[in-house]
Design a protein around this ligand. Structure first.
Ligand code: ATP
Ligand code: MG
Length: 241
């Protein structure tokens, strides 16, 4: 069976897309799913950094530019179930052209889609669905913080996705912190956005610590509040039919 493909998206920057994508992929791998995480954020690609993975030679830019085959830019990680297709943090000459070829992403990924249970795509802040509309049965996870601007953008993306025939698995509310008065409560969130599932990831200082060490928090500290929530998210996604 071909991999289920999930694009982790949000129109707002800095809300936690990469943190969610990296930990979801790591958690799925740790419960036995074969996962490829793809850094489709060519502007500010941080997936490799979040895994502490540096010094790779080939990247998604080389694949999109037609210089190599996709499997030549897929790397193993410390978990045998998780592979990574990184983008280049410090760009080489010609890498900029790859940006215009992102639309061909699924043409390239088609060659490896049968090797995995899940393809998790990190993305740049955008509500542009063009790059995932081309796949069969596309799905998104929309990441938002529990504050008004981020929620409004999540609502818009949710509605645009549904209109475009893209399945929204749900909203991931990240950095939930009851002590911050500006953060919305459950009732306020539900009033703004109608979603099938809403998962909550708490604000957790351990996330920064994990990032500093280059190890996803779900591997580094399984008992931390954010890890527990990421593992719950992964179990729900893993059971998705
Ligand atoms: N639940 C959390 N608790 C604490 N810190 C968090 C949490 N989630 C994310 N962060 C921190 O927030 C910052 C932004 O997260 P991240 O890089 O995942 O956002 P992003 O949406 O991918 O950003 P960009 O739009 O630039 O791609 C990072 O420093 C990350 O460590
Ligand atoms: Mg990011």
């Amino acid at each position: 069976m071909p991999a289920k493909i999930i694009a982790v998206m949000s129109p707002k920057g800095g809300v936690g897309k990469t943190t969610v994508a990296v930990n979801l992929a790591a958690a799925l791998a740790s419960i036995g799913k074969r996962v490829l995480i793809v850094d489709a954020n060519l502007d500010t690609p941080h997936v490799a950094i979040y895994y502490g993975f540096i010094g790779y030679k080939n990247s998604l830019e080389d694949v999109l530019n037609g210089n190599i085959q996709v499997d030549e830019a897929v790397y193993k990680t410390e978990n045998q179930n998780l592979h990574i297709l990184p983008s280049r943090v410090f760009k080489n000459k010609g890498d900029g052209n790859a940006q215009y070829k992102i639309i061909n992403l699924f043409h390239h990924l088609g060659k490896v889609v049968d090797d995995y249970d899940f393809l998790i795509l990190d993305s740049k802040p955008s509500s542009n669905l063009d790059f995932i509309k081309l796949i069969k049965n596309p799905s998104t996870l929309i990441v938002s913080m529990p504050e008004i601007a981020s929620m409004i953008e999540a609502k818009k993306l949710n509605e645009e996705s549904v209109a475009a025939g893209v399945r929204v698995l749900g909203i991931v509310l990240n950095r939930v912190n009851k002590k911050i008065s500006g953060h919305m409560n459950d009732a306020e969130v539900s009033r703004i956005v109608e979603a099938k599932n809403i998962w909550k990831i708490p604000e957790d200082a351990n996330v920064f610590d994990a990032l500093r060490k280059g190890i996803p928090i779900v591997w580094q500290n399984q008992k931390s509040p954010a890890s527990r929530s990421f593992l719950e998210l992964a179990r729900d996604i893993a059971s998705w039919g």
